[in-house]
Ligand binder design. Structure first.
Ligand SMILES: *[C@@H]1O[C@H](CO)[C@@H](O)[C@H](O)[C@H]1NC(C)=O
Ligand SMILES: *[C@@H]1O[C@H](CO)[C@@H](O)[C@H](O)[C@H]1NC(C)=O
Ligand SMILES: *[C@@H]1O[C@H](CO)[C@@H](O)[C@H](O)[C@H]1NC(C)=O
Ligand SMILES: *[C@@H]1O[C@H](CO)[C@@H](O)[C@H](O)[C@H]1NC(C)=O
Ligand SMILES: *[C@@H]1O[C@H](CO)[C@@H](O)[C@H](O)[C@H]1NC(C)=O
Length: 293
């Protein structure tokens, strides 16, 4: 294995921090769990990782994810590497995923207002295996035509509430937050590799506690759940609508609560400026790199 310094010296390209929206913090019943805690932060927030490290990002411009066939469709780039912390929650708790773009404070634009589209949350056992992803929630366009991504989510300062289903069995799960931005979705990515729907994904490690007995049913795989021909993947938001937008993926699980609310949020905790990916992955990444090289 190369020493750390040699690995870092391979990191010659800097990625711009623009247009990389991800989950910065997680709240449980209005209590902030702290910036970065339990979140598999996508690896585009710092210098590039060494090439040939077993990851796809560095030979593709797939930031955000646009190729529906890539493993990054599950939990984004390097999303299979665990965070050292896991958020604890109980059935019925409301978990809030807090999305940000450049920094975690009130100056942030959350996601560029042009990036209109839907917001979704899936859940899976951790690690995900095959068809293990279940849709817990989705938000598209409301009756007034306001989109969730680039609209309501921005108005809510990036906070997306989702309820843990009642009676969910204890164990380790991943919540997969997803924003589907449609500003370049007039064409499929396979037909124009510079365009296509932009998929922002952040996974959160969650341990469900308690005595629940409800197991997740069979769901969908990521990658695999979305095809270029699926409804809602190719859609021109700039044309007058002839039919309502269909959010991609399976129906929301019948056990999920449709509209959770948090009565009040406490104070945010933790860092407010972007941390580079290698800070959270730490030794874990370099262990994986050694295994793959
Ligand atoms: C996880 O790592 C971070 C950064 O190194 C550290 O601050 C934190 O205490 C660790 N958390 C746990 C639960 O080990
Ligand atoms: C938010 O953070 C950025 C970067 O540190 C800073 O420039 C900006 O002034 C902050 N805004 C507020 C309202 O604190
Ligand atoms: C639509 O707009 C009207 C008028 O501003 C408002 O009363 C209503 O709550 C809005 N509906 C939604 C779903 O936001
Ligand atoms: C588990 O169930 C028992 C009996 O119903 C109950 O007293 C206890 O509070 C439950 N524990 C949790 C963590 O919910
Ligand atoms: C890709 O382009 C071809 C040729 O124009 C078209 O027939 C096909 O429907 C397009 N595929 C998608 C998924 O849009």
């Amino acid at each position: 294995m190369l020493p750390l310094r040699s690995l870092l010296s391979l990191c010659v390209f800097a990625l711009t921090a623009n247009a990389h929206t991800y989950v910065w913090s997680v709240w449980v019943n209005g209590v902030d769990q702290g910036s970065g805690n339990g979140i598999r932060l996508p690896a585009y927030n710092g210098p590039m990782a060494p090439i040939n490290a077993g990851y796809d990002l560095y030979d593709t411009p797939d930031v955000p994810v646009r190729d529906l066939t890539k493993p990054e469709m599950a939990c984004n780039v390097m999303g299979e590497i665990p965070n050292n912390a896991t958020i604890k929650a109980a059935p019925g708790d409301v978990v809030t995923l807090e999305w940000h773009h450049n920094f975690r404070n009130s100056s942030d634009d959350i996601i560029d207002a042009s990036h209109k589209g839907s917001g979704l949350v899936y859940i899976s056992q951790d690690p995900p295996v095959g068809d293990s992803w279940i849709k817990l929630q989705e938000e598209g366009q409301d009756a007034n035509g306001t989109w969730y991504s680039g609209g309501k989510l921005n108005d809510r300062q990036g906070k997306y509430d989702v309820q843990i289903p009642d009676n969910l069995a204890p164990g380790f799960y991943l919540l997969r937050g997803e924003l589907l931005a449609l500003h370049e979705a007039d064409v499929a990515h396979i037909n124009n590799t510079n365009r296509g729907i932009q998929i922002y994904i952040s996974c959160v490690q969650i341990e469900i506690v308690g005595n629940g007995t409800l197991s997740l049913p069979e769901g969908v795989p990521f990658p695999g759940a979305y095809q270029y021909t699926s409804p809602g993947i190719v859609f021109n938001i700039y044309l007058p609508e002839t039919s309502p937008y269909t959010i991609p993926g399976p129906p929301v699980w019948t056990a999920a609560a449709p509209s959770p609310t948090v009565s009040a949020y406490g104070d945010p905790k933790g860092y407010t400026t972007a941390q580079p990916w290698y800070t959270w992955i730490g030794d874990g990444f370099f262990t994986v790199y050694a295994l793959n090289s």
